[in-house]
Design a protein around this ligand. Sequence first.
Ligand code: ZN
Length: 437
Amino acid sequence: MKPAFSSPIPGSGFEVTNYKLKLKPDLTNGTISGSETILLHITESYPDSIAFSGNALVIDRANLDGLPVTPVSDADRIVFPMPRKLAKNSPVTIELTYHGRPERGFSRSVTTLYTSYFACDWMVCLQDKFSNKAAFSLELQVPAGMQTASIGKLVSKRPGPGGSEIQSWEAPRPYSSYLYGFAVGHFASVSENVGTVKLTYLSDAVDKAVLKQHFATTPEMVRFLSDKAGLPLPVTEYTQILVSGNEAQEAATYSVIGADELPKNHNDPADDWVIVHELTHEWWGNLITCETLNDFWLNEGITTFMTAAWKEYRYGHAAYDAELAVSQRRWDKIKSQGFDEPLTWSGPYPSLSIRRAIQYNKGAIFMAYLRDTLGDAAFWKGLRDYTRAHAGGTVTSIDLERAMEAASGKNLHNIFVQWVFGNGGNTARQSIYQKTK
Ligand SMILES: [Zn+2]
């Protein structure tokens, strides 16, 4: 039966201000159950329904401003009918209970469960509406003695039903949905301080000494990136969770690092990327977030470039060149297959690897090109000014162009049209970045 209301785009016509969750993950079965309260306000008058991202969860009960409603789900959306007419700016509270098996972003080993990117598969949220940054708090009910990690600070622990423990986390500032997450397990834990920042390393597989060795360069990375960003690490506690496999995923205030992605030999610049890449997202991605997926290169291209910049700082200029050469090769490969698009191309991309070759690799080459074109002083000033001006907010490519133009005194319109915006939607063809020594 078709619902008697429309199927809007998830996130259109409203803005979420707060997600409050109480969840009980089941490590044995890979399932989750719990409750969620969503606070939002309407941004267009009198919608007959509002929608969140689709997922495989079963909603057991839903209330909208205290009135029971029956949401209708398909693969793309969960649609909540509005039980009464609401004018623009009206606040709305949605209360849900749900259970189910998240399809994506829910990984586990025997003793550990961690989420990755697809937050809206294990909660009700807005996966692709990056511009909607909202407060986030999470109570996790776990067996007593189990550790949890989530966004922000662990604010309390208290006994729960049946000998369980309830551990409560609270985000320090609003974040986009894809940055929500948690992990539960039994971890070895090492902490150290860099200035006022507490760095923590967790693992279910290696002991404290090995853990400390793996993450030994993190304090120096924090200092390097803080200098380049013109802002200290935007969180007071940053955690890295070492897991088996090839995971490499930032969340709002922690990252999940797969052991396979760590350098096989310490001090091998060729393999040294994952720790600095995910840490870099604390500034570019998490604090300053692209407004839509079209500007995703601002998260990933800048971060891929900053990985090269870190290598230049740590290992010397040849390591910078070598890192950029990797990006150049990946971009060249898709160009040789006849594919090239400006950085803000809206897609659809033929594959995830082609999308990455543009948004990560071409994006990094463009940043290196800007650095060569503007010179170090103007380029790094422009990046710092851009970062400071948009801290906590969302950005589009024009924000970067304006910051770089202001810092350099140059008109960069043509360069940005060529590389970033494209000419009226035509495929952009630009010369390969040639390194000038
Ligand atoms: Zn990334």
